[in-house]
Ligand binder design. Structure first.
Ligand SMILES: NC(=O)c1ccc[n+]([C@@H]2O[C@H](COP(=O)([O-])OP(=O)(O)OC[C@H]3O[C@@H](n4cnc5c(N)ncnc54)[C@H](OP(=O)(O)O)[C@@H]3O)[C@@H](O)[C@H]2O)c1
Length: 276
């Protein structure tokens, strides 16, 4: 089965940079009108300009994903501007590289708020609208390969990503008979601003933390690679989008062997030690 994407509207959060921006451009190139959202107006406008240059309709919505009414606003704007939507990619997210014993609950909640509650709110509301309209659609959220295992300094981040993955998988099964597809995107380390932003927020020099030290360089991918895999999934839906078979198989093995996993992974992630 290959679904035609021509003129099917997609809403993408976190579209001002990285995976979201690359996906917005790839979807537009595949014929989809795009509603893009983020906080950084300048960067979002630059993505909008590139979409317009491809000759595709685009609409920008500025806002913080944790604003209680942002999901409604995104869906309402898609309705008013495009007459509805077909797909949603709940992608906005932040990383955190900090051992749990140094964190307060406020920080834990903030990360769940951005990565989990906000994306879940958007996916649920989008599902409700598709159901009410008896319409087909596709709901994607950006999880991570670390949804399947964790690393020191990444407990909370991987918990938010595992939570996203679980709700997507459950929702996918719940909507199976309604022609509404649900997918979790499971990127491996991707060359974006995610890590430098996280380092800057910890008071470090973000330019020295463009990628995590633990990531083997041969596993580092471009956001365009993730974007291509997402377009492929929109055409041919599946529950999870992986861009590395090696990491997918390793994740399965690490789940089967937790003692081995901890022995290997505890040495690998040490970026937060720079703060000491
Ligand atoms: N890079 C990786 O290695 C990797 C691996 C696995 C999964 N992921 C996931 O991929 C997704 C995208 O991240 P990325 O790697 O592309 O990093 P990025 O370039 O830093 O993009 C993050 C996006 O999220 C938006 N965002 C962050 N906080 C927001 C908030 N409070 N409200 C609204 N928008 C917000 C940012 O937009 P504004 O600043 O304009 O608001 C930006 O567009 C995230 O969910 C991340 O967890 C990344």
């Amino acid at each position: 089965m290959s679904i035609s994407l021509a003129d099917k509207v997609i809403i993408i959060t976190g579209a001002s940079s990285g995976i979201g921006a690359a996906t917005a451009l790839a979807c537009s190139a595949a014929g989809m009108p795009v509603l893009i959202s983020g906080r950084n107006e300048e960067r979002l406008a630059s993505v909008a300009q590139q979409i317009e240059a491809q000759g595709r309709p685009v609409k920008m919505v500025l806002g913080d994903i944790t604003e209680p009414d942002l999901s409604q606003r995104l869906l309402d704007t898609a309705q008013q501007h495009f007459g509805g939507f077909y797909a949603v990619f709940a992608n906005a997210g932040v990383a955190l590289d900090q051992p749990l014993y140094r964190m307060g609950m406020e920080e834990v909640r903030r990360h769940f708020d951005i990565n989990f509650f906000s994306s879940t709110d958007l996916i649920i509301r989008a599902a409700q609208r598709l159901i009410a309209a008896s319409q087909s659609g596709h709901l994607l959220s950006c999880s991570s390969c670390v949804a399947k295992f964790t690393l020191p300094g990444h407990g909370v981040y991987s918990a938010t990503k595992a939570a996203q993955n679980h709700v997507s998988r459950a929702l996918g099964m719940e909507l199976q008979d309604r022609d509404i597809y649900v997918s979790s995107v499971m990127p491996i380390t991707t060359r974006t601003d995610l890590f430098s932003t996280a380092a800057t927020q910890r008071g470090l020099d973000g330019s020295k933390h463009k990628l995590p030290k633990h990531a083997p360089r041969f596993f580092v991918q471009t956001p365009e690679r993730v974007a291509r895999a997402i377009v492929k999934c929109l055409r041919s839906p599946r529950p999870e989008v992986w861009t590395s078979l090696t990491v997918k198989l390793s994740a399965a093995f690490l789940t089967l062997a937790p003692r081995f996993a901890d022995a290997v992974l505890r040495r690998s992630a040490t970026d937060w030690k720079d703060d000491q």
